[in-house]
Design a binder for this molecule. Structure first.
Ligand code: GLA
Length: 382
């Protein structure tokens, strides 16, 4: 990257930053409903090299895309209309401008990431948080990691037009090696829980499914949950679905007249409970229970939230058949992307072989498998 930076811009970079992708162990589609999530940062992510250029524009380059994207300092709050990848870092610049930062000089930027794109492992959040972390460091604005995550989330809302929750950016900013983050997405209070699994690995299976999580399908889930909240408010005031226990939900669910919104709400309420139970189980060393909750999470995302699809279902079902699999579920937004599984060490080879073969036979795509290494959140590398 350093060589490419010098070749492209004619001088060396001043600094190198890194921000990771994430895998969510449990707690899916709960974040924008004020619920719990339990993600961890990965050891792969996005690298960003930067240097001031003395000019009146920012140059965005990515090793993954050949063309430079040049944006004038006068246009930093304007989204690029062609769905350019540069909207992610540009959206972060826009947030700094909105918070009162005045840029009187531009930057040369070079980006490269090793999070597989569109795999539901938050390549976009990694890019947003890498940019926010870099600017915060370069400008000395003093935002803490949570504020940087919120800046990244806003960038995603306004420049990628996905009304995401806070999980991905939060995990990328606040991750810690060998820990998962038990995050309350309403208060943003969080606890780092050690994930030291004796004889068990976290395996990520990439469906390579062409169906990406498009903003339409995601945003419609957000809207359906909002509708459920509005309808519940006729009988009980709530701000978020996650405020309701399963018992409480049973008392008010009749108020949700929209059938789809009802199913979505049922998933959210159940998933928040499963996430709390799963964290308790992990702390108590009860991995079997943790695994069962992961499986139940997948079923609920399949039947009530309807975000799995044939590829993720095929992958999870193949995994459930293997003896040494403690639990397996889709992770991230859904509609393709990856599953996450807890697999006993001695079953990993069999897992990769059998799940790979069954998935390929059913779907016609060769999947990829990664053993997840849980890494640290955003940092300056040099
Ligand atoms: C995407 C979003 C997150 C979260 C997950 C589903 O990754 O960016 O905010 O909603 O989907 O849990």
């Amino acid at each position: 990257m350093k060589k490419a930076f010098k070749e492209a811009y004619g001088h060396d970079a001043d600094a190198v930053y890194f921000s990771p992708g994430r895998v969510n162990l449990i707690g899916e589609h709960t974040d924008y409903n004020g619920g719990f999530v339990f993600p961890c940062a990965l050891s792969f992510g996005t690298y960003l090299l930067i240097r001031k250029n003395g000019e009146k524009h920012i140059n965005f380059r990515s090793l993954n895309v050949p063309k430079v994207v040049k944006v004038s300092l006068d246009n930093l709050t304007q989204r690029l209309e062609d769905n350019s990848w540069a909207n992610y870092p540009l959206g972060v610049f826009a947030q700094f401008v909105k918070r009162g930062v005045k840029f009187d000089e531009g930057y040369d930027i070079m980006i490269w990431g090793n999070v597989p794109n569109g795999a539901g492992l938050s390549s976009s959040a990694a890019l947003e948080v890498a940019t926010a972390f870099a600017l915060n460091d370069q400008l000395g604005t003093g935002y803490n990691r949570t504020e940087l995550a919120l800046i990244g989330q806003k960038a995603e809302h306004e420049f990628a037009l996905v009304m995401c929750g806070i999980m991905d950016q939060f995990a990328s900013a606040n991750g810690k090696k060998d820990h998962a983050i038990f995050l309350n997405c309403d208060t943003l209070d969080f606890e780092l829980v050690p994930v030291k699994l004796e004889g068990v690995k976290v395996v990520i299976s990439n469906t390579h499914s062409p169906h990406k999580l498009d903003s339409g399908a995601y945003n419609s889930r957000v809207a359906q949950c909002k509708l459920a909240v509005e309808q519940i408010n006729k009988v009980r005031p709530i701000k978020f679905l996650a405020e309701l226990t399963e018992e409480e939900f049973k008392k008010v669910e009749h108020a949700i007249t929209d059938e789809v919104a009802h199913k979505r709400a049922r998933h959210v309420v159940g998933e928040v409970q499963r996430t709390t139970d799963a964290v308790k189980a992990l702390k108590a060393g009860d991995l079997e229970k943790f695994g069962k909750l992961m499986n139940a999470s997948h079923v609920s995302l399949r039947d009530d939230y309807e975000v799995t699809g044939p590829e993720l279902d095929a992958m999870a079902e193949a995994a459930w058949k293997i003896d040494g699999v403690i639990g397996s579920r889709m992770t991230g937004g859904g509609f393709g992307g990856c599953t996450v599984s807890l697999v006993k060490d001695e079953a990993i080879d069999e897992f990769i072989e059998k799940v790979g073969a069954e998935y390929e036979a059913k779907i016609g795509i060769k999947p990829d498998f990664y053993i997840a290494e849980i890494g640290d959140g955003a940092k300056r590398v040099e």
